[in-house]
Design a protein around this ligand. Structure first.
Ligand SMILES: [Zn+2]
Length: 59
């Protein structure tokens, strides 16, 4: 797993949109319900992982 491929999002975000990027290539726009997944979700097109800020930072 590529640990660098993580996109940090604010904790109040419910849905994230992904269209890929220049590194992994573009793909059709998808919406991922990060809240339903408990604050961490992986895009099934490009494998990018979206994670809540609170999951990443240790406080
Ligand atoms: Zn994606």
């Amino acid at each position: 797993m590529k640990i660098s491929n993580i996109r940090v999002v604010d904790d109040d975000i419910n849905i994230v949109a992904c269209v890929g990027d220049t590194e992994t290539g573009a793909h059709p726009k998808v919406y991922l319900n990060i809240r339903d997944e408990g604050g961490k979700i992986e895009c099934y097109y490009c494998g990018k992982t979206f994670m809540y800020k609170s999951k990443v930072e240790k406080k």
